[in-house]
Design a protein around this ligand. Structure first.
Ligand code: NAP
Length: 312
């Protein structure tokens, strides 16, 4: 089996990963980005972004291409589409075992992101980017004077429903029970918002449309009655899960599995840093992921340099 050695290995090729790659390689340490899929991360699937500073409007794929080109400029080695068999963050060096490679790293930056939990209903995957969105901040502005459904009863669903009322004519908040899970203070604000109509005890069963979404089918789980509600968009907010497969449990995580870091993105394991959506953070955006990546890389480089000094 071929062995490759790097000073810093970054798990995940999204905004946090590319930013970390660029900062680490520019910090003059040998750097690789490994991903289980194509590089680009979640934003590659966004139609457009209007909130990345410096670009009043840019396609998600195009922005990620720019991130990649920038990391390339500093000589980051890219290893996309890797089937990872084993990750050992505790050993020194850290080991990432793929089907063909054993990758050894003095430091690791985890930038694997998080995935929105899916409803798993007909039409959901088909209409992503055409009426189904998991990011109100990214896509809310496209729904000016439209009708939107938000699914969920937690803080995210309720807060994002309120945010969407800035643009939409009406927002249905569809929850599977008759009581919200969200904090009381957030609930009270939402109940006062005249643009939000609550649909209780209900689950969305199907998303319907042609080019774009135009309706949803909703079942009242108490009466088992179905109804079709015309909407232009649907935002499921039923929770997100961190992408921690392969190393879950090797580092300190919160009760939902998100990685706990300090301000320097250091995790509970020496030489392991985390950046972007996979860590415990108050905002999950391209800009915050990129910022995390920069911080993580600067401190990973310092860590590697300190190891070298000890050797001398
Ligand atoms: P969450 O608190 O886990 O809430 C998920 C909601 O989705 C729950 O109401 C749940 O219903 C519902 N749900 C789950 N699976 C569903 C399904 N298959 N179909 C329909 N509904 C489903 O998730 P979150 O709102 O994303 O929040 C995650 C964490 O971040 C929480 O700890 C939250 O407090 C925190 N957060 C905090 C803030 C803030 O403090 N401002 C903002 C956002 C998030 P049930 O209630 O019936 O289980």
């Amino acid at each position: 089996m071929q062995i490759k050695e790097f000073d810093t290995v970054i798990l995940g090729g999204g905004p946090a990963g590319f930013s970390a790659g660029l900062y680490a390689a520019r910090g003059n340490v040998s750097t690789a980005i490994i991903d289980v899929s194509m590089l680009g991360g979640q934003p590659s699937n966004y139609l457009e972004l209007e909130n990345y500073p410096g670009f009043s409007k840019i396609g998600g794929f195009e922005l990620m291409e720019k991130f990649e080109e920038h990391a390339d400029k500093f000589g980051v080695e890219k290893l996309p589409m890797q089937e990872i068999d084993r990750i050992d963050l505790i050993s020194n060096p850290k080991i990432i075992q793929t089907k063909e490679l054993e990758i050894r790293a003095k430091s690791v930056i985890i930038a694997t992101g998080a995935s929105p939990m899916k409803l798993g209903i007909p039409g959901e995957a088909e209409f992503v980017g055409r009426g189904v969105s998991y990011c109100a901040v990214c896509d809310g502005a496209f729904y000016k004077d439209k009708v939107i459904a938000v699914v969920g009863g937690g803080n995210s669903a309720v807060e994002e429903a309120m945010y969407l009322t800035k643009f939409a004519a009406k927002v249905y908040l569809i929850h599977r029970r008759d009581e919200l899970r969200a904090d009381k203070i957030i609930q009270e604000r939402a109940f006062k918002n005249e643009k939000i109509e609550f649909i209780w005890d209900s689950c969305v069963r199907e998303i319907i449309g042609s080019d774009l979404v135009n309706a949803i089918t909703v079942e009242n789980v108490k009466t088992n009655e179905f109804c079709e509600i015309p909407v232009n968009g649907i935002f499921p907010y039923i929770g997100i899960c961190p992408n921690v497969e392969g190393f879950n449990g090797q580092i300190a995580q919160d009760k939902n599995g998100f990685i706990i870091t300090d301000d320097t993105m250091k995790t509970s394991v020496e030489g392991v840093f985390a950046a972007g959506d996979v860590r415990v953070t108050p905002l999950r955006q391209v800009i915050t992921a990129a910022a995390d990546g920069a911080v993580a890389a600067v401190y990973a480089v310092k860590y590697v340099e300190a190891l070298e000094e000890v050797k001398v």
